[in-house]
Ligand binder design. Sequence first.
Ligand SMILES: *Cc1c(COP(=O)(O)O)cnc(C)c1O
Length: 435
Amino acid sequence: MHSGESASVEAEIQGIPYAAIAEECGTPFFVYDAHVLSTTLRELRDVLPVGVDVLYSLKANPNISVCAVLHRAGAGAEVSSVAELTTALRAGVDPGDIVFLGPGKTCADLAACLEAGIHAVVCESFAELRLLDRIAAGHGGTAPVRALLRVNPAFPSKGSGLAMGGKPRQFGIDEEQVRACRPLLDTLRRVEVVGFHAYMGTRFLHHEDIVANTENILAMAESLAADLRIRLDTVDFGGGLGVAYFENEEDLDAGALEKGLTGPVTEFRERHPGCRLIMELGRYLTARAGTYVTRALYVKESSGESFVVADGGTHHHMAAVGIGSFVKRNFPVRHLGRPHALADRTYTVTGPLCTPNDTVVKRAALPEVVPGDLLGVERSGAYGPTASPGLFLSHGYPAEVLVHGGRAHLVRDRDTPEDLLARQHLVGLDPSAAG
Ligand SMILES: *Cc1c(COP(=O)(O)O)cnc(C)c1O
């Protein structure tokens, strides 16, 4: 506690109390700070070597207004479905700044890419490359259609929880198969393979790992291009930059990342002056801008442990709950009514679902919580509702709010029971039928 006075000051976002947003929109909800979104992107661009484009991976948070804010701050888009592609286009992203990837693209997906005229399709199998060529040949126009090959590198990635590379994967094409694909490239009528893509994993927090992975990918792209005798027009080296969520973690050292990347990227660019370098990032751009706000409904004791039962949980924020993780680790959580008060109590905060897994934080230090208090799970702008089982117990998608220019804007309506039921059809049961 800083002083008696500050203990009574409630938490705000751009001068707006969270409580005022809760009053307006109900709880639970996600709120995103547009200033944090833009600043995160601008600060990253400041440390990245000149000539590296940042594409926003909509997978992390597909809200169209979030995409629009990042677009205005200078990001393109990396999309993996027609809905994400449409979102990016409507958010104002130039088709020339969009790539489409994903291991299971349908004919409709590929046709939508051609229709939109995006920068490149990232092909994840040779069959997909041939299919794209067939569709492109039947599509109007004669301009070559750019494709990148997603490579499953022969080298393992460094330092990620979800490591890619060096093992069997459904993503991309094994490096040695790519190296031998010149005969296939010669059969393509309309599609031109102009570069490579590799994604080494997610949640990298050490700059050394990112630098090493980038160096490896650039060297691989260079050697593949030489073997296949193609001009390198684009290399998308993924990224996977993480943010610190847990107690023993620290955010990336941006200055060190700048120092590490500048040399290798600059040298690469000298050898390939026209080559576009792309970093595609989801979590890093949005995680810190988002807070999941949930209201305490009940506070109770069980076998000496204090539980806060709140109105939000797994169905909106599975990442914080940690389903699938071996050990439960707590996201940072704040008492939004008294953010500066001494955290002298210990609470397990659970959600409304009828499953013991629905635990938002376990034995977290907080000031006293009473029913009606608002709790904020911080760093929640990435992989929230989009990556959670929103239909579980038919709670549906939460409201989403963007604070921009000192004003709170509702950017997604909360699902209502009617919304959920509108997708279902009540069958007229035949009284004479047995089943
Ligand atoms: C998920 C994914 C991303 C975004 O990952 P972050 O860790 O959120 O930055 C980028 N590229 C590919 C291929 C992905 O699968």
